[in-house]
Write a protein that binds this ligand. Sequence first.
Ligand code: FPP
Length: 254
Amino acid sequence: MSESDMRRARDAAPAAPRHVAIIMDGNGRWAAQRSLPRAEGHRRGVEALRRAVRNASDLGVEYLTVYSFSSENWTRPKDEVGALMMLLKRFIRNDLAELHANGVRVRVIGAREGLPSDIAPLLAEAEEITRNNTKLTLVVAFNYGGRQEIIAAARALAQDVAAGKLRAEEIDAALFESRLTTRGIPDPDLVIRTSGERRISNFLPWQSAYAEFVFTDVLWPDFDRAAFENALAEFATRERRFGGVNAINQKTAS
Ligand code: FPP
């Protein structure tokens, strides 16, 4: 390979991902393996989340999005839903000061409607207090569903068209994105799912159109620094083409 080919290949290799999104799966199985209640698995899941925030920051990641509660999770037993709500409240109450001190900006994506009345103000407060922080943006997907998000955006645009504020021909990807709850957040470069499952489960379907996926068998409560580094190392081996051709073929073709 010539020097310039090597340079092109290096340029095509992805740098450290700017935005990592994680489907934190396997809390229930982690607990079952130890004959513990599922809620204990979720509690240990919050500890893994704290670790992941610290590691993301250390490893130069700028945005970390975590799937904490999906629109479909309401179908879980009432006790488990209650435990997850309580963990979110505790996480915001107990960890906000430390997150803020470490320069973490908190953003919450997902539908605010249907949440218990004491949760929405807590989320708004966390976003408000940390809004000027720049070290890492922690995006908490709570009551989030990708299809629901896309439908809400389509409905809002349709209403604007019906009201004569917008022409249908003006709708493009940028305008559509501006109506998603992720507006202003760059698309994820890397989506990690723990616990061996290989599906995206309605998590960021629009935003992850060109993301790389890494699936690991590690259960979420066991996701540590080494597991994070392994996922980043796998990402570094991928060649991202965004629908184009790779750098070397591009040279041959031109
Ligand atoms: C999947 O494990 C995990 C969830 C449904 C919730 C993820 C939640 C946390 C990590 C803790 C909560 C964090 C916040 C910020 C509130 P699972 O229960 O589906 O595991 P299983 O597939 O092994 O049963």
